[in-house]
Design a protein around this ligand. Structure first.
Ligand SMILES: Nc1ncnc2c1ncn2[C@@H]1O[C@H](COP(=O)(O)OP(=O)(O)OP(=O)(O)O)[C@@H](O)[C@H]1O
Ligand SMILES: [Mg+2]
Length: 517
């Protein structure tokens, strides 16, 4: 780079000593290096009456920087030649500028006349004066370049880390000891309770999560700051109608070696996982009940058979006595009939329960759920309570088939659901039967039976699939309907779900896979 300076006037040429004093004063004045160099060259030019005075700087990275004062700017090749000769060459006088044993540049004069010894010494003195300044400037420049490179690197690393935490499917934020938010990831910006990063960063967590009780939140953070241990909580959140469960993990972070300086909080939506766990626990429980019941029922079968045989024996004896003309009280015949009917009822219950615990491995083939619905409705026509119901049918004509199904068993399931819906509305309400495509192959075909009946209390929901759980009066229900539905749907590798609101009604949903396994 060339620094333009004013053309010197030869009339005011100061003596070599005065010029050196002026140059030293200039460098002591702590002005920017560029300015001081320009002043020094200008002073030299005027003092020596040179037509040009330049400074050539060879930087460590191979660049040549020049400053000049005067008419013309010497060429690099001419400067090199002058340095090589060590004396005046092409009218140029060049002096090495060295820092330690390293040559950093050259001070060059374009002169029409030879230099006086005093002037030569001045030139050497100025070169010595410039050397540390230039070396220092060069080091500063190197440092600047290094700092710039490091800044780019740090920036790249920061962006990379930010990308990682933004890509997480879990909410994440970090607070410092003043509870101020220092990091806030993308996931925390989305959703019903999302807050933008710009709004969150720098504010206290209590300002942002103002819906959560202040004391509780503070206690949770303080515990991590004090103990330095990871804490885990579960939290229910109900934004809108959607109740979700979150697993909150608070992790201590230390910037130095000792005290906790920050707390990282991760919020993970575990609603689906928890529902899965609950379903799994329920399935385990039902399986255990099923096995137990199967054992008990097996034991009951034998005495039942004995009672039935004794009943038959009694009936023969009574008929025999009557034939022989003996007076037999009519009550005795009634008793025998009651024994017979009740034994039959017990047998049916035992058979149903055995069905639930060991669903028969019936032949499976492609089943169209819409046809299953139609068949069920045809059979339901003969059910007394169902006749007075209003039926809404919403069948998806494009519903995929269930490849491994048993139509008879699925009709049994839908019948049990429709009878329950009829009972829940006391025979005077609306039942909606709906089929539709599910969200995935494993939940591919869905059939729903919805009623506007009395609904089921939340606390009871987990019990309704248990065998013998019934709220119906004795003789009206055995509590086996849903237990059997559960067994059949499980045998189809499907699921059965229920949504219910007290006073509003219930929806039972059967989800079946549409893939072969
Ligand atoms: N649609 C529904 N609305 C309200 N409650 C229901 C509904 N379906 C089932 N329930 C409740 O679940 C209980 C168990 O149902 P489940 O079908 O297993 O037995 P049940 O209907 O009582 O007797 P069963 O079906 O053996 O004759 C019922 O007694 C009832 O309390
Ligand atoms: Mg039932």
């Amino acid at each position: 780079m060339t620094i333009p300076v004013s053309t010197p006037s030869s009339a005011t040429s100061p003596s070599a000593l005065t010029a050196l004093a002026a140059i030293v004063a200039e460098f002591n004045a702590n002005r920017p290096l560029e300015t001081s160099i320009a002043v020094a060259l200008d002073t030299l030019c005027r003092s020596l009456d040179a037509s040009e005075c330049s400074l050539w700087l060879h930087t460590a990275d191979g660049l040549v920087r020049t400053w000049a004062s005067g008419d013309a700017l010497a060429q690099e090749a001419a400067v090199d030649a002058a340095l090589l000769n060590g004396s005046v060459s092409h009218g140029l006088r060049a002096v090495r500028v060295t820092a330690g044993d390293r040559r950093v540049g050259a001070l060059v004069l374009q002169m029409a006349r030879p230099l006086q010894p005093e002037e030569d010494r001045l030139l050497g003195a100025v070169a010595n004066l410039l050397a540390p300044e230039l070396a220092h400037a060069e080091r500063s420049r190197q440092l600047e370049v290094e700092v710039a490179a490091r800044t780019v690197e740090i920036d790249r690393e920061r962006r990379f880390t930010e990308k990682i935490i933004d890509s997480l499917p879990t909410g994440l934020y970090v607070i410092d000891r003043e509870y101020r938010i220092q990091a806030w990831n993308r996931k925390r910006e989305t959703g019903m309770q999302g807050v933008s990063r710009d709004e969150a960063i720098g504010r206290t967590i209590f300002d942002i999560l103002h819906r959560q009780p202040f004391e509780m939140l503070r206690r949770e953070f303080d515990e991590v700051f004090a103990t330095g241990r990871i804490q885990e909580y579960q939290m229910e959140s109900s934004a809108g109608d959607d109740a979700r469960t979150y697993r909150i993990t608070k992790i201590p972070m230390r910037l130095g070696d000792s005290a906790v300086t920050h707390v990282i909080t991760i919020g993970e939506d575990v609603t689906d996982w928890r529902e899965g766990q609950q379903r799994y626990a329920q399935a385990e429980k039902l399986a255990a009940i099923g096995t137990l019941a199967a054992g008990v029922m097996h034991e009951i079968n034998n005495p039942l058979a004995t009672i039935a045989a004794c009943g038959d024996g009694l009936a023969y004896r009574l008929e025999d006595l009557q034939k022989k003309g003996a007076e037999v009280n009519k009550d005795l015949f009634d008793y025998v009939e009651i024994i017979d009917n009740e034994v039959l009822r017990c047998k049916q219950i035992v058979d149903q329960l055995l069905d639930f615990s060991r669903p028969k491995q019936l032949a499976k083939s492609k089943v169209d759920l819409n046809e299953v619905v139609e068949k069920t409705l045809f059979l339901m026509k003969h059910h007394a309570g169902f006749k007075t119901m209003t039926l809404v049918k919403e069948l998806d004509a494009a519903l995929p088939v269930v490849p491994l199904g048993n139509a008879e068993q699925l009709v049994q399931v839908l019948m049990a659901l429709m009878i329950n819906a009829t009972d829940a509305t006391d025979g005077h309400g609306t039942i909606t039967v709906r089929t539709r495509r599910g969200p995935s192959n494993t939940d591919g075909a869905i059939v729903e039976v919805a009623d506007a009946g009395h609904g089921i209390a939340r606390a009871e929901l987990s019990k309704i699939f248990e065998p013998f759980y019934t709220t119906k009066p004795p003789g009206r229900g055995t509590g086996l309907g849903l237990a059997i539905c559960y067994g059949i749907v499980q045998d189809h590798r499907g699921r059965i779900e229920v949504d219910s609101v007290i006073g509003k009604g219930s929806t039972f949903r059967v989800l079946l896979p549409i893939i072969e396994w």
